[in-house]
Write a protein that binds this ligand. Sequence first.
Ligand code: NDP
Ligand code: HSE
Length: 434
Amino acid sequence: MTTVKLGLVGLGTVGCGTLNILKDNADLIAARTGCRIQVVAAAARDLSRARSCDTVGMSLTDDPMQIANNPDVDVLIELMGGTGKAVEVVRAAIMSGKHVITANKALLAEHGNELLALAEEKNVMVAFEASVAGGIPVIKALKEGLAGNKINWLAGIINGTCNYMMTEMAKPGNDFAPVLAEAQRLGYAEAEPSFDIDGIDASHKLAVLASVAFGVPLSRTGMLIEGITMVTAADIAWADDLGYKIKSLGIARRRESGLELRVQSALVPKSKLLANVDDVMNAVMVNGNAAGTTLYYGAGAGGLATGSAVVADIVDVCLAIAAGKNNRPALGVPMAKLASMPILPKDDILSAYYLRLDVTDAAGVLARISTSLATEGISIEEMRQQPDTKTGSATLVLLTNVVQEAAFQRALAALNGLTDLRAPAAWLRVEHLS
Ligand code: NDP
Ligand code: HSE
């Protein structure tokens, strides 16, 4: 029986989740791999801290480089996070001939091309199922289950914190700040929660998904990255009235001229499955030219869910070690075979739009608004109006047809120039996901 020795860097939410699965499901995992898996070493910053997992029998250190350079470790599991020390640790582990498993999407998005090329050179595996959508095996689905497809587009709810917050904020009386604090308490948020609410974490994950789906290098250059801070309770309520939910989405779409890559808050029709993915759950829809549209759903964050994906990679790496061969390329194709596809500028995005306008309730206002939109070839598909007789104002809510972003932004500037508007127009994109 092959023995595979693991070194774990990070004993936090995911590190302990992983250890607990390896312990609780030890017999099952041994039967599936045919390997004896031993966690021989682990690192954390503060070794005196109480842990929610058992580290008995492991050599413990507060220096992750000791694990990267430990000749007794076959596979380094990087669950410390960040793009500082973690990059050095992963690079050193690869240099010393270790396979690497990581949940660190920031590391992959920022340094993945260099590290994966180095891993190919050193003939070691780098696996990262846990880096996107927690417990959902979406990387495996793209690399293996859909390997026969040309991927046309994918769209996903890929940040559990944002989805949890949007779900909670749709309930009466729940405000942004306390809902974010609760997401942090539950262990969903990143160490720096602005990574979640500003769309940065989702952009890291979208870079990983796009790379595996389209066979392009890992990069966020040119990606549109927007967070959830502009979404108000009023917009959530209006969207509901119109038959939509507001979701934070990562979208990657192949168009003839290049790739659209965007992280944004958008209205999604309630009839679509993605609109009904709530709380910390994640889901990714993938459209391939053979399978059509498939959907992957599950817990997007949390120790056990994410640990499940880490353990799936451990199983794969152990099987490959036992078979004496390297696994398939990390991104599905060798690094030298990655394609170069231009990332389309924001102006080229094709989308429908939601507009909420606070206007003076007077004759001719609607005509002037329609003219500003029509001048850019934008038509109104649906409209709601709510007058406020006390203030002599009205709220107008509009949904447009699908147009190019540049045309919409010109119309928006024209609208904001109208003296009829009492405040700048609020707007969001509308995604029909087809
Ligand atoms: P935590 O903050 O809970 O855990 C990080 C662990 O790394 C801690 O044990 C910490 O030690 C240790 N650590 C950090 N820096 C150092 C260092 N310089 N030297 C030694 N040890 C260090 O993070 P998570 O478990 O939540 O996240 C880990 C990774 O997984 C991140 O990349 C994250 O983005 C990713 N991820 C997280 C998910 C989640 O649901 N939380 C889901 C999917 C991916 P100590 O405990 O002593 O502070
Ligand atoms: N902070 C991340 C999220 C953790 O909320 O989705 C999972 O990657």
